[in-house]
Write a protein that binds this ligand. Sequence first.
Ligand code: PLP
Ligand code: COI
Length: 356
Amino acid sequence: MQNTTYKQDIEITKCENSKINEIDFDNLAFGSVFSDHMLVCDYKDGAWEAPKVVPYQNINLAPSAKILHYGQSVFEGMKAYKDANNETFLFRPLDNCKRLNISAKRLAIPEVPENYFMEGLKALLEVDDQWIPSAEQGSLYIRPFIFASGEGFHASPANNYKFIIATAPSGPYFSGKVSVLIEQTYSRSANGGVGYAKAGGNYAGQFYPTQLAIEKGYNQVIWTDDSTHEFIEEAGAMNIFIRIKDTLITAPTSDRILDGITRKSIIEIAKAEGINVEVRPLSVHEVVEAAKNGDLMEMFGSGTAAVISPIASFGYKDNDYDLPQLENSYASLLKKRITDIQYNRAEDSFGWRVKI
Ligand code: PLP
Ligand code: COI
């Protein structure tokens, strides 16, 4: 990582006309309206220039920019939360910064200095403070990303990059019941690949298999391992947890699985709640057998965007299996615990919450 000590003020250019009055904060969808400002930081001549806050605007790109040809881009997903006193909080933000750089390294993208990320984000959130929804309305989804803006048709890393943070006041990611299809043909990742990175192309590669699942009446795909399709790995753009009897099981992270910040937080919260957690490979066979004999209690996806999203049913080969509707599910307990920390409604004994 570039070792820049960053002390000077961040240059801020404010927009002339705010769009905030056009936004219905009581009916927010996910990630579809964008706040007035963004953070921009350019990489030129082998170094990151100082980040700036500027009005949210289109990006000027050459047709030969390498992002357009070779998909050299990585991104993050995080949220800012407001408490009842209008104070703003982030959840484990340094973990997002570190993961952005893990992803960047894998895509041969220069790593962003941590202080540019953290100080730049704080400056942006201060400027767009009014854009952070209340707890009842949702949260501010934060999208840091880096892409190759440098030109050239040669299939090699670009010389120039842009690091941008854009934000979107957002409501829930899913509405209604989530049904998933256990994937038997396509894969999102493979050993030695980029599955553990948040590389833009990972998501593009998911769209077609997900479209096929949607045509069959499901909302999402459960990704299985690429070599046998026998082990459960992730659920769409979420990690997955499965409760069999009273044990909560999730797959170990690997080359193929994103090290989700929500996932690792849930593991710790569940353990603190006295729930038996197993991090181990989980076969489709074990899940189907548990569904057949009544031991399968819950399945849920976890992620920043989706928080904890309970799965109502799953399809495997030609059969569908419904999950029981539990009064006191682990999903609802864990969702309450994690969102209480995020929105500053409860003590944070883990030290995850960061006040802005
Ligand atoms: N898995 C994938 C593939 C994702 O894109 C995400 C979203 O970021 C997650 C899991 C959940 O990760 P996190 O909890 O850090 O948001
Ligand atoms: C997130 O949960 O923040 C993600 O990045 C998932 C995204 C693809 C919507």
